[in-house]
Structure formats: C-alpha cells, structure tokens
Write a protein of this length. Structure first.
Length: 160
C-alpha cells in the first residue's frame, strides 16, 4: 500500500506531461472540423450517470463523430495510475489531480483548435470554473450547450 498520500510525490515534470499528452492523449481525441462546432458539457456529481448520458447526447446531437471527453479517463494516462488505483481507488484521483487537470486544459485547447464537435463530461469544479470553460469555447466560435445530471445524495458516489 502507498504510504505517501502527498500529491506532490506524483506530480509529473512539465516535459513528461506534455509528452504523454502529445503521444497518448491527443491522438485519441481528434475529430472532424466543423464550420459551426458544438460543445455539450455534461455536469453532475460523482455517480450521477454522466457517462451514460454522454452516449445518449452524442446520438441526440446527430454527430456520432463528436469527440467524447470524460475527464475521469485522463487519470488513466498517468504512469502511476494503475498501481495507485489498485492500492486505493478512493484516493487515486486526489493524488493525480495535478496531471489530469493539466491534460484537461491541453485537451480543451486542442479541441477548440480543431473546431470539432465535442461532448465533455465533467464535474465542473465550481460555478466560476464552469463559466470560464463555457466562455472559452464560446469565444472560439462554439455553440455551447449544457446538460445537468443530478441524483439524490444517497445515490451519488460522494454521498450526503
């Protein structure tokens, strides 16, 4: 078991973080450019079925080639993810949040640069953070839409 629960122990150097993004992440999240791209943000608490709703939104959007981004998937690109998740799946995200956050920012910039349709599933880290992300896509020429998914606290992974 990991004795150290200090996230700084798992912080990747900028160069390694960029390399992982360029070699492993960016190629997976590449789509077709659109004249009028659409981004749909799916927001909700952990365990609210955002991933389930994501596939339905892609179909409803009528653009199955839209880039689907689940922010939780980015953690898996960290070299220590598998080991840390096996040791304690309750703390792995907190330990690797720095890398996932950097990759999310790079990925959002990549998607906006492509002008491809996107469906982004994320917990939206607060109202100010969400408003800034919505505005970044809007300023890049996207039509921005939102889907909010909610369940009772007893059903959420985060609990009451």
């Amino acid at each position: 078991m990991t004795a150290n629960t200090d996230p700084s122990m798992f912080r990747l150097p900028e160069e390694e973080s960029r390399r992982i993004f360029e070699e492993q992440i960016r190629p997976v999240y590449t789509g077709a450019a659109r004249e009028h791209p659409v981004v749909v943000f799916i927001a909700g608490q952990p365990g609210a079925a955002k991933t389930t709703v994501e596939s339905q939104v892609v179909v409803q959007l009528g653009r199955e080639e839209a880039v689907a981004v689940d922010g939780d998937d980015l953690f898996e690109y960290h070299p220590d993810y598998a080991r840390l998740a096996a040791e304690n799946d309750q703390t792995v995200r907190a330990l690797l949040a720095d890398a996932a956050s950097r990759w999310w920012t790079m990925l959002a910039e990549h998607i906006r640069g492509q002008q491809c349709d996107a469906v982004i599933s994320a917990p939206l880290a607060g109202a100010d953070w969400a408003a800034a992300r919505f505005d970044e896509f809007h300023q890049a020429g996207y039509r921005v839409e939102y889907v909010f998914v909610a369940v009772q606290s007893a059903q959420s992974v985060s609990g009451p």
